[in-house]
Write a protein that binds this ligand. Structure first.
Ligand SMILES: NC(=O)CC[C@H](N)C(=O)O
Length: 366
């Protein structure tokens, strides 16, 4: 293994051993506090353009298997760990983490002081960085990183290009794909839904022409304000078709209803984030991955109500429309990876569709 460096935009240098691919990359360094789930994390398209560091000190010990991918193509730019296990031991393991990353052209570094790096990010907020094998003038590289603008077109990279259907005999759902985790599709097909997956820019008129029973907005990378066409689409369909949003989908519902979003200092990433459900008076463990959040103080000028709150820092984790069948959560009820405490939200969505059908039938027959 060769020496490899992570150079932060503030000039801090971490040196470790290279694994995966030996390409030079830049990206935003973020940390994930999950103890397991690295395969799902690496293949979650919402990390597009980011360099992910695991705070759990041993990674790679159960290898990479054929079952746990969240998408076929991973979009992360780099992967950082304290200790890499290159001899996985698990009956499902097909290959090592290093071989998988190499095949997808993603560089990794092991032997990083992940506690120190976490503390830096917690103090200064997420930072851009470069991963490189070239031991060069690090100040020049830090300058280069600083001058690089943040990407704004991630959803264009992660969304499907064309619509497609995953047939079923149940309710007809249009799933708007902003960089979908397969777990969301799996939850819908498990419940017999007929799913039409459409691109982020498919437009409200095209979606309504499909006559869906319900619309789901998926997770996805980047700032929700980067896709104004999707905010417009959500504003047009809200109130016409029952709607459920997850993560980026939740932020889009908020923006479409007149609320605001903001970038968090270092975000929430991990499988151990406690959330309070204010409607049920219950606390859930949730799986999370987000840099942006809906501003709590922006909700009172809208028809949205706060339904769930993060227990660590009080940020908005769930909203519901006062007058229309529409709700959303900031975390991942499909888990993968993480706890399945909030899986019932998919049933709640389908029940909401059935209820709104009965109500509209009563109105039509009246
Ligand atoms: N997982 C997601 O959908 C993330 C949403 C958004 N990209 C954020 O970082 O906040």
């Amino acid at each position: 293994m060769s020496k490899r460096q992570l150079i932060l935009e503030d000039g801090t240098v971490f040196t470790g051993e290279g694994f995966g691919s030996d390409t030079t990359v830049t990206g935003e360094v973020v940390f994930n506090t999950g103890m397991t789930g690295y395969q799902e994390i690496i293949s979650d398209p919402s990390y597009c353009g980011q360099i992910v560091m695991m705070t759990y000190p041993l990674v790679g010990n159960y290898g990479i298997n054929r079952d746990d991918f969240e998408t076929v193509t991973p979009f992360i730019h780099g992967f950082l760990v304290k200790e890499l296990c290159d001899h996985p031991s698990n009956f499902r393991s097909d290959e090592t983490l290093s071989d998988y990353l190499k095949a997808h052209n993603i560089p990794g570094i092991s032997g990083i002081d992940t506690r120190k790096l976490t503390k830096i990010i917690r103090k200064h907020g997420t930072m851009k960085a470069i991963i490189t094998d070239v031991i060069d003038d690090t100040e020049v590289l830090a300058d280069q990183v600083r001058s690089q603008p943040y990407q704004t077109n991630q959803v264009e990279q992660t969304s499907t290009v064309k619509p497609y259907v995953v047939p079923g005999r149940g309710l007809r759902i249009v799933l708007v794909d902003f960089g979908m985790k397969h777990g969301i599709l799996r939850e819908l097909t498990k419940r017999d839904c007929h799913v039409t997956v459409v691109p982020y820019n498919y437009g409200a008129a095209n979606i309504l022409r499909l006559k869906p029973d319900g619309i789901m907005l998926t997770n996805g990378p980047g700032n929700p304000k980067n896709i104004p066409e999707s905010i417009e689409m959500v504003a047009e369909v809200t109130g016409k078709i029952p709607l459920f949003g997850i993560c980026l989908g939740h932020q889009l519902l908020a923006l479409a209803c007149g609320a605001d979003t903001e970038k968090m200092k270092f975000g929430h990433r991990g499988s151990n984030h406690p959330v309070k459900d204010l409607e049920r008076n219950k606390t859930y463990m949730t799986s999370q991955n987000h840099s942006y959040a809906v501003r709590n103080d922006s909700l009172n000028q809208t028809d949205l109500v706060l339904t769930q709150r993060a227990l660590n820092d009080g940020t908005v984790e769930g909203i519901r429309h006062k007058n229309y069948p529409a709700f959303s959560v900031q975390y991942h009820p499909e888990s993968s990876p993480g706890p399945e405490d909030t899986n019932h939200l998919f049933d709640e969505f389908l029940n909401m569709i059935k209820q709104s059908k009965t109500t509209s039938e009563v109105v039509t027959h009246a």
